[in-house]
Design a protein around this ligand. Structure first.
Ligand SMILES: [Zn+2]
Length: 263
């Protein structure tokens, strides 16, 4: 079972070594910006690495929204990221479930997701698995609560879609972690990646503030149980850089009884 961290994108492999991580996630462009990712000079090295790579799409992407000026560039940016992520040999591209604006029909949001996959299919399909991630907040989210997730998966039925389960987002979003993996898999049939985070905020708060595994309001054993049940790689998106994330990774390895990567 691979365990890693979300790291700075400048030199992800060195970041992995510093944390004894065998997986890393990083951005390929400014997460708050609309610029398409540039080809990386270290692409050959990344592709050849033992470390598993995951790419997180920019936060600005919202393919569900009814706002054309956000939705259309979001589709394009997501497709561009999939191509760029495949170029470096990434295992998956993680993108948030998105939302519609207050007063807009969520059904249209789910259909916009379907259209996003149709748009990608017209261009030859996403070049690697796209993993939709559950989110913590909002009343009009496509992947906060499981009732919405089920409608999203219904809309995407024709396409190959992956899922990334974030424990902080689930807890803050109001989904109990106990047995959550079974309830998610009943909908999605799969969990490709776990974002193993604690939450600074309380259950159902709707706030998205990650904490280290031994901090926050979630019993860390529940995070361990989610990873074990999911049987998927885990990425910590926790504070504290090399020390904080290194300790979180070591904790998970210890509790899951999996070894460190060979030095
Ligand atoms: Zn996450």
């Amino acid at each position: 079972m691979r365990i890693g961290a979300h790291v700075d994108s400048a030199d992800p492999l060195s970041e992995a070594t510093a944390r004894a991580a065998d997986a890393v996630q990083f951005f390929l462009s400014d997460p708050q910006g609309w610029k398409a990712p540039k080809p990386r000079e270290d692409a050959d090295r990344l592709r050849a690495a033992e470390v598993d790579l995951y790419v997180h799409a920019p936060y600005v992407i919202n393919v569900a929204t009814l706002n054309n000026r956000i939705r259309i560039p979001s589709r394009k940016l997501l497709l561009g990221h999939a191509t760029a992520a495949a170029e470096i040999g990434a295992k998956g591209l993680i993108v948030h479930g998105g939302h519609v604006n207050a007063g807009d029909d969520l059904a249209v949001g789910f259909d916009n997701w379907r259209k996003t996959f149709a748009y990608a299919a017209d261009a030859g399909g996403f070049a690697l698995p796209v993993l939709i991630e559950n989110t913590a907040g909002g009343d009009n989210a496509c992947a906060r609560r499981l009732d919405a997730l089920a409608r999203l998966w219904d809309a995407l039925g024709d396409y190959e879609v992956g899922f990334c389960l974030d424990t902080c987002h689930a807890h803050a979003g109001g989904e109990e972690l106990l047995d959550l993996v079974d309830r998610v898999k009943a909908i999605t049939g799969r969990i490709d990646l776990v974002h193993a985070n604690n939450s600074k905020d309380t259950f159902g708060s709707g706030r998205d503030r990650h904490d280290n595994l031994d901090g926050g309001t979630i019993d860390p054993e529940l995070v361990v149980a989610v990873i074990r049940a999911a049987g998927a790689p885990a990425i910590v998106e926790t504070p504290g850089g090399v020390d904080g994330q290194g300790a979180d990774i070591a904790f998970l390895r210890d509790r899951l009884a999996v070894g460190s990567p060979a030095a």
